[in-house]
Design a protein around this ligand. Structure first.
Ligand SMILES: *Cc1c(COP(=O)(O)O)cnc(C)c1O
Length: 393
């Protein structure tokens, strides 16, 4: 059986609406969001969808996270606590703002930050918590830790469009700032794009300025109020993103329906753990956590041989072991900003420091690609293959 792929139209929801959107923008002759109407409309629609006051569009999910980190304004050498299991786009903005990424360990079942570990990692220079809703499962308990410490929570929702917390609040609207990605492989896409949402007008303004060279644009004067770069989204991307946003509820309903079917089909299998709460999960991927003696590499190999789009571990190594952080230069020949704090405050990276995250990546975590166009037949084939792969083991 062939599986819909996010790499082509079989696994995407790009259709007549997006064609019309692109055509509309091209015909208008205005492709820049500084003067056009599409990106501004997208921001309003995104804010309304999440029932928050402000949204700021930008050129990628990584850019969205960079806007958020820049807005919470760490001093060079300040610390931001984040997770070892995510896209590198979660960590890069921390370094780009000259802050120090401090990793905390994750829950062994979900791969999401463990709030107890986060609380233990907070120190005098902690400036924010940057949580990730991994694969679309709500990372709970972080708002409480952030509030107790009096620091902002940034939510990375790149894999968590319309994820809901157990109390039904939408991911992204619980923290101080929520960040989203419109990259090719996310739930909805315009190729590359990003969005941030917030209730805080001052933070929204800082993010807007940071994405546009610190140029307010509201008084007709060419003045640069603060340090910023150019992370603007184009009108072409914005128009496509608007069409995609209208399809988001359908994408989530379809992914949840088939994920529920797989959850039910695997429920009686020993040593196979699947996410709880399938109706609040966004199912960017379908994660499975295996108990020993099963190992993710063996089971993934069997699934791949059965034609199932599955992979062991999600990452080659957790982010706290990424070569980009492990001893090599960061800026020029220097390890700045890791050279700013006193030696005893420089976090230790590398194997052995975040055991739960390391075990997930190397031994227990298996991910199966998921898609809104899966049929019951796809799910049944996956269920059968997983059953065979873990019983032969
Ligand atoms: C994709 C992703 C990012 C980065 O988004 P880009 O649009 O690719 O820059 C950041 N965090 C997570 C969790 C992601 O999945």
């Amino acid at each position: 059986m062939s599986y819909p792929s996010m790499a082509d139209s079989s696994g995407r929801t790009l259709g007549a609406e997006e064609v019309e959107a692109v055509t509309r923008v091209l015909r208008s002759g205005m492709l820049s969001s500084v003067w056009g109407k599409e990106v501004r409309a997208l921001e309003r629609e995104m804010a309304d969808l999440h029932r928050v006051s402000h949204a700021v569009a930008c050129s990628s999910g990584t850019a969205a996270l960079h806007l958020a980190v820049a807005a919470v304004a760490p001093d060079p050498g300040d610390e931001i606590i984040t997770t070892p299991i995510s896209d590198f786009g979660t960590v890069a903005p921390i370094l780009a703002q000259n802050a120090v990424p401090v990793f905390a360990d994750v829950d062994p079942d979900t791969g999401n930050l463990d709030p107890v570990a986060v609380a233990a990692a907070i120190g005098p220079r902690t400036r924010a918590i940057l949580g990730v809703h991994l694969f679309g499962a709500a990372a709970t308990g972080l708002r409480e830790v952030a509030d107790a410490a009096g620091i902002p929570l940034i939510e990375d929702c790149a894999q968590a469009w319309l994820t809901r917390y157990p109390d039904d609040r939408l991911a992204g609207a619980v923290g101080t700032i929520g960040c989203f990605s419109l990259q090719q492989w996310k739930h909805i896409t315009c190729g590359d794009g990003g969005l941030t949402i917030t209730e805080d007008a001052a933070l929204a303004r800082r993010m807007r300025l940071f994405a546009d060279k610190g140029w307010p644009r509201d008084d007709g004067v060419r003045r640069h109020e603060s340090f910023g770069v150019n992370y603007r989204m184009t009108e072409l991307s914005g128009a496509v993103a608007r069409a995609q946003l209208t399809k988001l509820p359908g994408v989530l309903a379809d992914r949840r329906r088939t994920a529920r079917r797989l959850v039910a089909a695997l429920a009686d299998l020993p040593r196979v753990r699947v996410p709880a709460d399938p109706d609040r999960h966004a199912w960017w991927l379908f994660p499975i956590v295996l108990d020993p003696p099963l190992t993710n590499r063996e089971v993934a190999d069997r699934l791949v041989r059965a034609g199932i789009p599955a992979r062991a571990g999600y990452l080659a190594e957790p982010l706290h072991c990424a070569p980009a952080l492990m001893g090599g230069p960061i800026y020029g020949t220097s390890r700045y900003p890791l050279t700013v704090p006193p030696a005893e405050r420089v976090p230790t990276y590398g194997w052995g420091t975040q055991p739960n995250a390391e075990r997930l990546i190397t031994q227990t975590l298996l991910v199966i690609d998921w898609n809104e166009h899966y049929t019951d037949a796809h799910v049944d084939e996956i269920a059968k293959a997983v059953r065979a792969a873990v019983t032969d083991a």
